[in-house]
Design a protein around this ligand. Structure first.
Ligand SMILES: [Cu+2]
Length: 96
């Protein structure tokens, strides 16, 4: 599955996906996101397998993951609890 998560709220979102891990393929940043990224990027690593990726304001993050062991509903959400409680917790369905 190749997916895209977009951030339109002016706050960073540590987006977590349940189940199997994913890899970040691409970041597309707005000017606001670029300025924030410049202040955060030291030590941040996009390479490798992840279960959480930071999504900055105005940014779109494209990732890829395999669904080998299970089909059905999978959960993804922001790890910021206030955001999660305001609706940043969703399901997506994988069919065989
Ligand atoms: Cu958030």
């Amino acid at each position: 599955m190749d997916g895209l998560v977009a951030n339109h709220i002016m706050s960073p979102h540590p987006m977590h996906m349940h189940g199997e891990q994913f890899q970040v393929l691409e970041r597309r940043m707005s000017q606001a996101g670029r300025a924030m990224w410049e202040s955060l990027k030291d030590g941040y690593v996009d390479e490798g397998w992840k279960d959480t990726a930071l999504v900055l304001p105005g940014e779109k993050v494209r990732g890829i993951r395999c669904f080998v062991d299970f089909t059905g509903l999978f959960l993804y959400h922001c790890h910021n609890l206030e955001h999660e409680d305001m609706g940043m917790m969703r399901n997506f369905e994988i069919e065989a």
